[in-house]
Design a protein. Structure first.
Length: 301
């Protein structure tokens, strides 16, 4: 999407370089999940401290950062009858958040998200844990701006979303994506989630998506899609594994798609950054024999 964003007149943002997210974009659970070494009373201390800051942030509209959370932990600890043996390690472990390059002063989404804007967040090279934190924080920021009517209608699209909202695993992005899948349209937030592994996706999110484009998929993935085929016939569903490129089955809730149907998606006009490399050309450049038709290959005895 990097080249496509530029060709469409948009821009690319790199986490930690061209934009950061504040700690106030996280929920208490997000923070606790991002600092897995917390345990026992430390969890309650960090949760209480973050919730206090979040209430103040919602009331005043001001964001807060890691240093603010550390100060709040030191302030709140004694009032919760917690001793230094709990407060000190809670602070030191929470301080690890400041080493994450993309946590910092918030990006001005309100100014960036003007009608017609196209923004691609380039996350290549990041760990899955980083992807989840970024997805959670950006989604929270957009959700809060939408709730206050500070931004126009916006579409949030996440590719390979089974990585950030996996099945049978609680991640930092899971709660906010469940909320957006359930009530996002009421906030004027569109949600596009793409995956080639539906069996690895959180089921509650998958079933709440009202419009579905089902492209060719491996036969062992069909069971994971039960409940989203709508009125697609059994014969039509069985064709899924062999659908040609660019063809898909369109299904959805009755309000959006009255009946399942097969459609052909037009060829994209922008550069496809994920195209399959030409390995034959690579081999020829290195002096290897190029691609040859089978009829030109002599049968060895």
């Amino acid at each position: 999407m990097v080249d496509a964003a530029l060709e469409l007149g948009g821009s690319n943002l790199i986490p930690g370089v061209s934009f950061k997210v504040p700690l106030s974009a996280f929920t208490a659970e997000d923070v606790i999940n991002a600092v897995p070494s917390l345990n026992g009373n430390m969890i309650e201390l960090v949760r209480h401290s973050h919730e206090e800051l979040l209430k103040e942030s919602i009331r005043t509209g001001r964001h807060f950062l890691v240093d603010d959370l550390l100060k709040k932990i030191a302030e709140v600890g004694p009032s919760l009858d917690m001793k230094a043996i709990t407060i000190t390690p809670a602070k030191s472990r929470t301080e690890r958040l400041s080493r994450i390059s993309y946590i910092g002063e918030p990006f001005d989404w309100k100014s960036a998200l003007k009608p017609g804007a196209f923004i691609n967040i380039d996350c290549k090279g990041l760990l899955v844990s980083d992807l989840r934190i970024i997805a959670a924080a950006v989604s929270r920021d957009i959700q809060r701006l939408a709730q206050s009517r500070a931004i126009p209608f916006v579409v949030l699209s996440i590719d390979e979303f089974h990585l950030v909202a996996p099945a049978h695993e609680d991640t930092v992005a899971l709660q906010v994506l469940r909320e957006l899948a359930r009530i996002g349209r009421h906030l004027r937030i569109g949600l596009i989630l793409t995956t080639q592994s539906p069996q690895d996706v959180d089921r509650s999110i998958l079933k709440r998506l009202l419009t579905r484009f089902l492209h060719a998929i491996e036969p062992d993935q069909l069971d994971a899609l039960r409940g989203v085929f709508s009125d697609a016939s059994h014969d039509l569903v069985q064709q899924l594994p062999k659908l040609p490129q660019g063809v898909c089955i369109l299904t959805g809730a009755y309000e959006t798609v009255k009946h399942a149907t097969v459609i052909e998606v037009r060829r994209r006009t922008t550069t496809h950054g994920g195209a399959t490399p030409n390995i034959w050309a690579d081999l020829e450049r290195e002096g290897w024999v190029g691609k040859r038709p089978l009829k030109g290959v002599k049968k060895e005895t």
